[in-house]
Design a protein around this ligand. Structure first.
Ligand SMILES: Nc1nc2c(ncn2[C@@H]2O[C@H](COP(=O)(O)OP(=O)(O)O)[C@@H](O)[C@H]2O)c(=O)[nH]1
Ligand SMILES: [Mg+2]
Length: 305
């Protein structure tokens, strides 16, 4: 495993963290991930909390799972929050982006690291590699992971929405971000000051929205990238990916200036008998956390205006 040779030493990172008085939260959005979430949480707890004090808390944001996701995560030591219990006064939301946004409120760390809960080959270096730039370089605001993505056991081919939607869209509209190797990666970490200042798209558009918004507010140079090696996760069927691609498209077009009301949010598909299937796509947005009074109260953020 040559990749492990260049993984940062967790003890060295923990020392840098202690010197700077920084705290770290790892948050996992999860919906029906009982098969993998426990292993990820347990690996983090043993290696980066118990063995070395690098991570301060592990949160799992559970979204109406019908399986034992919450029990598996709690058993391994995560703090589990149900999405419906977080900021209920702001109205219900839905999707992965909503869970990430809520995790920013629920967590305490100065640095927040997100990891998908369906990774099958998870190791602590996923997190140490993402945290290192943030712990060693003040100019870095967001660290995006990248990796090779096997599909059905083959060498490449995973990341179909990345190849067929995110990359063409970034290349056409946001060339400064076309150098991001895995723009839709679910593994990334950021400074709270950066993450709380930008809106979150509630569904699958969240990753693209964060990239564009962080680059606009803090400059593309504030975004670093780290190689996480190989990542194996649940590959979804092609007919499940259209909605994700449309969420990415709408997120990119809105930020390019197309008004929200001019963009329909229903994907029209067809089944094998050519019957029309209408699929609503989640593209509602949550405001920057800094605009949420309950968040400002919790974190003691004063309004600058
Ligand atoms: N809390 C929450 N998590 C979600 C939701 N949708 C997806 N996730 C989680 O987000 C992560 C990425 O989802 P996944 O289906 O693997 O997307 P993909 O990797 O793009 O195919 C996984 O940990 C999912 O459990 C949701 O609506 N709510
Ligand atoms: Mg996945």
């Amino acid at each position: 495993m040559p990749e492990d040779l260049d993984a940062p030493d967790p003890a060295r990172l923990a020392a840098a963290k202690a010197r700077s008085g920084t705290t770290v939260s790892v948050c996992l959005p999860a919906r029906n991930e009982e098969a993998t979430v426990g292993h990820i949480v347990g690996t983090l707890r043993r290696n980066l909390i118990e063995r070395v004090p690098l991570v301060d808390e592990i949160l799992v944001i559970d979204d109406h799972s019908s399986d034992a996701t919450a029990e598996a995560a709690r058993w391994e030591g995560a703090v589990v929050h149900a999405t419906a219990e977080l900021l209920p006064d702001l109205g219900p939301g839905a999707g992965k982006g909503n869970a990430l946004w809520l995790s920013l409120y629920a967590s305490e760390g100065d640095l927040v690291c997100w990891v998908d809960a369906d990774i099958r080959n998870f190791g602590p270096e996923f997190v140490t590699r993402l945290l290192e730039p943030l712990l060693t370089d003040r100019a870095v605001g967001l660290v995006k992971g990248y990796y090779r993505r096997p599909l059905h056991g083959e060498g490449t081919g995973g990341g179909r929405v990345t190849e067929l939607m995110a990359r063409p869209l970034l290349s056409a509209l946001y060339p400064a971000l076309a150098t991001v190797v895995q723009p839709l990666a679910g593994e990334y970490a950021g400074r709270r000051e950066v993450l709380e200042a930008v809106p979150f798209v509630q569904g699958w558009g969240v990753e693209l929205g964060l990239l564009i918004d962080v680059a606009r507010a803090f400059g593309p140079e504030s975004i670093a990238q780290r190689d996480l090696g190989v990542r194996e996760h649940r590959n979804r069927a092609l007919d499940e990916l259209g909605g994700e691609a449309m969420a990415v498209l709408i997120t990119g077009l809105r930020r390019a200036g197309l008004p929200a009301h001019e963009l329909a949010t229903t994907l029209v598909r067809f089944d094998a008998e050519h019957r029309e299937l209408l699929e609503p796509v989640e593209v509602r947005e949550r405001p920057p956390m800094l605009q949420v009074p309950a968040y400002r109260a919790k974190f003691g953020r004063e309004l600058s205006a």
